[in-house]
Design a protein around this ligand. Sequence first.
Ligand code: GTP
Ligand code: MG
Length: 236
Amino acid sequence: LDRHDRINTAEMQARLEAANANRTSFNGDEISEFVDLMQVYEGAMYEISTKLDVLDSEFQVRFEHNPIHHLERRLKSVDSILEKLGRKELPPTTQSIKDNLFDVAGIRVICNYRDDVYSVSNYLSAQSDIQVLRVKDYIKNPKQNGYRSLHVIYAVPVFLSSGAHYTPVEVQFRTIAMDYWASLEHALRYKTDLPDARLNEHSQTLLDCARSLQNVEAQMQNIHRDINGAPQGDEA
Ligand code: GTP
Ligand code: MG
């Protein structure tokens, strides 16, 4: 909901050239193709975030309730793109990015309540100018570790001089509680210097935390529904 810097072309070129020295990256011609492609992903990301902004204001006007607590946007870094292509044994070409990576443009929508997650995502998914490519509902079906979020990949038309380019954007919808949990779990995941026994203990505790947060969230959701006149106790 705030302004971010546009992509830094010079820095992107420098990173690609640095990676090129290790022959893991794009050749000279492909570097400008890559920068052009990132511009398209950025456009798609801003289109979706504007749509979310508009929905949030509409809810504010109609229901005096802001479903979105805040938005986070990011373009995958050059290094992460190269790392992911390498990990998946894919060639470092713009075509292979287009065909295989659906999370180059990413938006995280942090909502106040679980109901908000579903209403915002349903209204966005119903918009006629964008397509839903994939849905993973880790709220209805949490991951083994306790992770919860609703992931939707949209295809958004970005209109350039050459016409419409349908571009994927990964949107992660979650509540404040889910985000709170995911941040700590993410931090733990990169703590590879801890002994296994402690990592396992923390993972187990985090799983308990996920369940507790889910309960707290359900109770608070019910209070919120009650004071806003919506039916209580419906989990779906
Ligand atoms: P990759 O993107 O290739 O990893 O696989 P995918 O697209 O099948 O993954 P998925 O949709 O399940 O998850 C994509 C993103 O969701 C990750 O990049 C994280 O941001 C987030 N995510 C998924 N699982 C977890 C988790 O267990 N913990 C945390 N903290 N974040 C997760
Ligand atoms: Mg992903």
